[in-house]
Design a protein around this ligand. Structure first.
Ligand SMILES: Nc1ncnc2c1ncn2[C@@H]1O[C@H](COP(=O)(O)OP(=O)(O)O)[C@@H](O)[C@H]1O
Ligand SMILES: [Mg+2]
Length: 255
């Protein structure tokens, strides 16, 4: 049994106005093992965000189930963290207050929350900016803060929805490296959505490639490249080539 089991998940949205339906996900199944880094890759609109939102307990599925440690997911839980594409920090709170806020909501005592927030800010290299406000930080720094906030809750599973999608290519590479460093230190299971083939090949143990909408699992690929990885090795290029061909096939599917 996996840490996280996605079992025959389908999701159809119904428009209130006219009752018309959008089938976002159709019978999606896969497993994520404990401590594994799994990327979901697929064309725009294939239901990646919907799947993560269901797993995070923010959206309801039409049929199927998602299990964490064998237990059905029914709502949000601090055991499951989420990082979104938009930085989603509270603009009126300083960086450290953004982190301690969630911890205090969980009834973690103030000095402990402060200590923990500082530890994770150091881990992402933001200790000097703990008293800054989000608008005083670059996009990359804001996303670092969002990552520190997610880790500070010490979740078992982290869901990330294109967290680096809004960043420039160099910052994105730096943050990918840093994420892998933290992952090596902390025992966390990752389900990471991206539309970047490069990112999926660089980060993941396995890639779940999805079809165009309604999203289905098209292929699951084991990424057996040694870590630390080279972004440009012939093996990485071969894998990228294969994945790009899969996505290319989906471009011409009309449903
Ligand atoms: N709350 C919602 N209500 C209605 N339709 C939705 C809702 N959320 C997503 N959709 C539709 O479901 C499909 C999948 O969306 P999404 O999960 O955002 O795809 P992706 O993240 O892969 O780009 C799209 O057609 C989108 O318009
Ligand atoms: Mg999305």
């Amino acid at each position: 049994m996996g840490k996280l089991s996605v079992k025959n998940v389908s999701c159809t949205f119904q428009k209130k106005e006219d009752g018309s339906e959008t089938e976002a996900l159709e019978n999606v199944s896969f497993e994520v093992k404990d401590g594994e880094f799994v990327c979901i890759l697929g064309p725009s609109g294939c239901g990646k965000t919907t799947l993560l939102r269901i797993a995070a307990g923010l959206e309801t599925l039409s049929s199927g189930e998602i299990l964490l440690n064998g237990e059905k997911i029914t709502g949000p839980d601090p055991k499951r963290g989420m990082v979104f594409q938009q930085y989603s920090l509270f603009p009126w709170r300083t960086v450290i207050e953004n982190i301690t806020f969630g911890l205090e909501m969980q009834k973690i005592e103030k000095t402990e929350a402060q200590k923990r927030a500082e530890k994770y800010l150091e881990l992402v290299g933001l200790e000097q900016f703990k008293d800054s406000y989000p608008h005083e930080l670059s996009g990359g720094m804001q996303q670092r803060a969002a990552i520190a906030r997610a880790f500070a809750n010490e979740p078992e599973v982290l869901f990330m929805d294109e967290p680096f999608g809004a960043l420039d290519a160099q910052t994105r590479n730096v943050l990918q490296d840093e994420l892998l460093k933290i992952w090596a230190q902390k025992h966390v299971t990752f389900l990471f959505v991206t539309h970047s083939v490069d990112e999926a090949v660089f980060l993941s143990d396995r890639i779940v490639v999805m079809s165009a909408r309604p999203g289905r699992v098209k292929e699951i690929i084991n990424v057996e490249l040694p870590r630390p990885r080279s972004r440009t090795s012939p093996e990485a290029n071969r894998l990228r080539d294969h994945v790009l061909k899969l996505l290319e096939e989906e471009r011409f599917q009309k449903r």
